[in-house]
Design a protein around this ligand. Structure first.
Ligand code: HXC
Length: 296
């Protein structure tokens, strides 16, 4: 779909995106590039990074891939430094890396809970922490009163409570809290805007195939607008927020979900969850979006 924004709204900007080589992260990388930004993609899998960078470069976008795990502080520091070495500045940090699986609390090990907290919440803070010296006003490429932007990809699960998502709900609640705290503290001291985006169910993503596998799609009937969103919807929100059009938006998390969270399906049986969770995990190891390879 064509963008409603001018193609130079992010001209000259450099963005670093965790999870930027797949799913929603890749669409944000693509749209940032199409609107003039250079992009550095961080991820754990070299083959996924390589193929994303190739696609972006074929569109004329300046892109690099940097291997790293947001759970490791040394990886975060190295990736941020490499972005500066390559592009000379950093204007936008997008924290899109996330982990998820369906599981009942009684069958979730503390290590499973910790794993998602480590990726989503601690990983987000670690990346912000390592990027601060480049994002703050007076950093490379910035004037004395012009800082960068942090976009944290969140969710709506924790606005109420969500079945089998205790770990992700806790992790995303922490992300929203990080967004508010940093907006207050770093907005005041360093002129950095910190904003969240909470996507609803988005077609063709790992999140949808994990949380709403095809076997459970009848629940779409509960949605007010009866349809899933597209990765494009999230990327357009990101372009708006990262551009000067969003200059007065700070410390909030923008929900982009078509109103879905207002009427989420309430229950699936524990038996179904047990069957589905591990199946979906196995499937997503074959293809990142969880679509069975036989259907591709
Ligand atoms: C129960 C599980 C489980 C499952 C893993 N664990 N999968 N428990 N049900 N389906 C437990 C393991 O048993 C282990 O605990 C612990 O979690 C760590 O598992 P590992 O496989 O060793 O971890 P790792 O290889 O680091 O993988 C992390 C992961 C994985 C999160 C589990 O799925 C992953 O890497 N995902 C990255 C991509 C991803 O999930 N993207 C989806 C984003 S969707 P024990 O105790 O056994 O050691 C998204 C949407 C947000 O974020 C919300 C939308 C509404």
């Amino acid at each position: 779909m064509e963008s409603p924004f001018k193609s130079d709204v992010l001209k000259g900007k450099v963005a670093l995106l965790t999870g930027g080589a797949s799913g929603i992260g890749l669409e944000i990388s693509t749209q940032f590039g199409k609107h003039g930004a250079s992009v550095a993609l961080m991820g754990r899998r070299k083959n996924v990074l390589d193929s994303a960078v190739n696609v972006l470069r074929s569109l004329g976008i300046r892109a690099i891939g940097l291997e790293g795990d947001v759970r490791k502080q040394e990886d975060a520091a190295r990736v941020v430094d490499s972005t500066i070495k390559h592009f000379g500045r950093l204007d936008i940090l997008v924290n899109a890396a996330a982990g998820n699986f369906l599981v009942e609390p009684e069958n979730l090990s503390p290590n499973g809970f910790r794993t998602v907290m480590d990726i989503d919440s601690v990983g987000t803070f670690t990346m912000c922490h390592e990027a601060l010296k480049y994002l703050k006003k007076g950093g490379p490429g910035k004037g004395p009163s012009c800082g960068g932007i942090i976009l944290n990809i969140s969710a709506t699960l924790h606005y109420t409570a969500s079945w089998y998502q205790i770990h992700v709900s806790a992790a995303k609640a922490a992300v929203d809290s990080i967004t508010r705290s940093l907006a207050l503290e770093w907005g005041t001291d360093y002129d950095i805007r910190v904003i969240g985006i909470a996507p609803g169910p988005i077609s063709d993503t790992a999140g949808l195939s994990k949380l709403l596998p095809e076997e459970m799609r009848s629940s779409i009937e509960h949605m007010p607008r009866f349809k899933f969103g597209e990765k494009w919807d999230i990327a357009m929100a990101a372009v708006y927020l990262a551009s000067d059009a969003g200059k007065f938006v700070n410390g909030t998390t923008v929900v982009v979900d078509g109103g879905h969270w207002l009427s989420r399906p309430r229950y699936i049986s524990k038996e179904e969850v047990k069957k589905l969770s591990r199946v979906v995990e196995r499937r997503s190891r074959i293809t990142p979006t969880g679509v069975p390879s036989s259907k591709l």
